[in-house]
Design a protein around this ligand. Structure first.
Ligand code: GCU
Length: 668
């Protein structure tokens, strides 16, 4: 009897242990490097930030035992903003936050086994911000990792538990470790309620948890707030009463949150209210808010994601709307522009606004959550997509005017720079749904800090830290290499099995996961259907955006505009984005367009199958739980890639009227 009891207790203990490990494993993200190696750290006095930096160094030190490390504030002119300098036995920075970032960098280099050396690291962007598309009811627009960590249904979403607070601290720490310093806490499709007193109280509580880690709080606001939660009849930005309403509201916010960052605004887009409802412009709307925020140091991030049902090519509209307004915005307004002119597709050319605006600062908006890239079901490493965008040359001031240079202040010599990523975070135990989606959060932070980092380096860093064996303190080298290979090829594979050669937006309506190239519906807006984008007919396929078509090419600077305009010089990755191409057209491979399209779809499917095989071989290299999770998701991805291929080829075949080549797998 006693024996059985003992066995039950042991089993229960093992079970609790397993659950604990499970939670710890998922939540730890890339921060797994606890250590017992002793280090002595001296800092410049005490403050919440300095104390955190010291605590982190002691907790994770993997350098020489019994070292004495000195943290110091310095006015070294080589250090900019919250940058830092690392030396063998010192971290110096201009600001306390710089010391914290330096501490994380030092620890990272220790886990990665890179030798300690003296170097300065400065952030590419001064504001590195996550945008949460979290609704106040706890749901998340385009969220694939559970419910919001900020909002929810408990007592109208306003109660705060100890667990919530711990979660916010863990969130802040993870962000600070990769240099993120801002969070917009609610959806761009904003509920006006966020500016009501009880919600602002909750924002204050969240801000208190984020502040020690250097993360500023921002809010998305609804342009009609003065009407919806104030007592005003209209929200006209030129109305003095409306202006006063915003001034009072902003004052109220700063009384609660003295370091509040500012507003993010989606106006006159997809049904959201805006200044145009009153015959005013984006400038009138943005400047009104900017004037209210300016005395407190707050900023307005005004989104350029606007398009309306009109005969005009959707991808041209934002540029047409915003370019005439260049130079008219207040100094604390920045235009937030999605990487491409459409909407976070697997591949798009960069938005012409990056090279177009000359007097208004522009910040890139990337999407970390995989709305159009497989949700949390598919392994797609997005760093390569962002790297591609940042490295594109806009030719704004001649050659070398990359999107990075147009936005990080190097071209226009300004410190008012920012970058945003639409977060993929929810209350799932591993934060992001798919373990590999953590890598996209990580990569966004690292690129926001240093927009010249290469994706392969970011992938290697993430793998080593995320799959660190807690006993051996290292990651299996073969595993690391194999997984880096998978990650680096994953986005191109997704482009191949979803939308190769410049195809775009042929998703099923609504969920944006699977294919529906056939989608067309007279009852909804043309630009919300697939046929609007691919324009397949018996002659060929693709959207003519050349000078004979919608002329979107001329929103780019020369020589790029002419290069895109000509079928023979347009890069094949953008071919069907800019051209309506005959089925018989010969590509660089020597294949005609139809054959090439078939081969690309097939290549994408086969790539995912090869990821599966590579992953299967890694059995035993990491913990069972994460191994099996990824294995099972790759199975789903492989099946869904095939669905993409079969659906698209069978549909387009009706127009091409050509045989699917016999050397590829036939649709099932
Ligand atoms: C996409 C997305 C919407 C989102 C919008 C935006 O259209 O599907 O859910 O609201 O982008 O960025 O504002």
């Amino acid at each position: 009897m006693a024996y059985i009891k003992r066995m039950i207790i042991v089993a229960l203990l093992m079970l609790t242990q397993a659950t604990l490990l499970k939670a710890e494993d998922g939540q730890a993200l890339w921060l797994r490097g606890n250590s017992n190696i002793k280090v002595t750290v001296s800092g410049p006095g005490h403050s919440p930030v300095v104390d955190l930096a010291i605590a982190e160094l002691k907790r994770g030190w993997h350098g020489k035992p019994d070292m004495v490390l000195n943290l110091r504030i310095s006015d070294n002119p080589a250090i900019k903003g919250d940058g830092f300098q690392l030396e063998e036995s010192a971290i110096s920075a201009r600001t306390e936050l710089g010391l914290l970032y330096g501490a994380y960098e030092l620890l990272r280099s220790q886990y990665l086994g890179s030798p300690a050396r003296r170097f300065v690291s400065n952030p590419s962007y001064s504001r590195r911000i996550l945008n949460h598309w979290d609704n106040l009811d706890g749901s998340i627009e385009r969220g694939y990792a559970g419910r919001s960590i900020f909002w929810g249904e408990k007592e109208n979403g306003l109660s705060i538990t100890e667990q919530d607070k711990e979660k916010w601290t863990a969130y802040a720490r993870a962000n600070a470790s990769i240099g993120i310093n801002g969070s917009v806490l609610n959806n761009v499709n904003a509920s006006a309620k966020i500016l009501s007193k009880p919600y602002l109280e909750k924002v204050r509580a969240i801000a208190e948890r984020l502040r020690p880690y250097g993360i500023k709080t921002y809010l998305s606001v609804n342009f009609s707030s003065p009407v919806l939660i104030g007592k005003l009849k209209k929200a006209d930005p030129l109305d003095p009463q409306v202006q006063q309403w915003w001034k009072d509201k902003v004052k109220e916010i700063y009384a609660l949150i003295p370091d509040f960052g500012g507003f993010l605004v989606k106006a006159n887009s997809e049904g959201q209210p805006g200044p145009q409802d009153y015959g005013r412009t984006h400038v009138d709307g943005a400047n009104m808010m900017a004037d209210a925020l300016e005395p407190f140091g707050g900023i307005v991030m005004w989104r350029a994601f606007v398009y309306n049902p009109s005969p005009e090519d959707r991808t041209k509209q934002a540029y047409k709307e915003f370019l005439p307004l260049d130079g008219a915005f207040r100094k604390n307004v920045i235009l937030q522009v999605k990487n491409g002119p459409l909407d976070f597709q697997p591949r798009e050319p960069f938005s012409p606004l990056f090279g177009g605006m000359t007097k208004t600062p522009v910040m890139p908006e990337f999407q970390i959550t995989q709305e159009y890239l497989g949700g949390s079901k598919q392994l797609v490493f997005l760093s390569t997509l962002w790297e591609e965008c940042l490295n594109n040359d806009t030719f704004k001031n001649g050659k070398g005017s990359t999107v990075a240079a147009c936005t990080d202040g190097s071209l226009s010599k300004t410190d008012f720079t920012a970058i945003a990523g639409v977060a993929n975070i929810g209350n799932d135990v591993n934060w992001t749904g798919h373990t590999f989606a953590q890598a996209n959060w990580y990569a966004f932070g690292r690129l926001a800090w240093n927009n010249k980092l290469e994706s392969k380096v970011i992938a290697a860093e993430w793998i080593k830290q995320t799959f660190l064996d807690s006993k051996e303190k290292k990651t299996d080298a073969k595993f690391a290499k194999t997984v880096q290979g998978i990650m680096m090829e994953s986005r191109e594979a997704a482009v191949d099995y979803m939308m190769p050669l410049g195809l775009h937006h042929i998703f099923a309506e609504g969920h944006h996961y699977g294919p529906a190239p056939w989608f067309s519906n007279d009852k909804i807006r043309a630009d919300w259907t697939s046929v609007y984008y691919h324009k397949a007919d018996e002659q060929g396929i693709g959207f003519d955006r050349t000078r004979n078509g919608s002329d979107a090419v001329d929103q780019y600077h020369e020589p790029l505009s002419s290069k895109l305009n000509s079928l023979s010089t347009c890069p094949e990755i953008y071919l069907l984005w800019f051209h309506h191409v005959p089925w018989s057209y010969r590509l660089k491979s020597g294949n005609d367009l139809w054959t090439e399209l078939c081969l690309r779809y097939d290549r994408g499917v086969n790539k995912v199958r090869s990821f599966q095989k590579d992953w299967d071989r890694m059995d035993g290299a990491i913990d069972k739980e994460r191994f099996q999770e990824v294995q099972s998701k790759l199975r789903t991805q492989s099946r869904d890639a095939q669905i993409w291929k079969d659906a698209c080829l069978l549909y387009f075949q009706q127009f091409s009227k050509r045989e699917i080549p016999f050397d590829i797998e036939r649709p099932v």
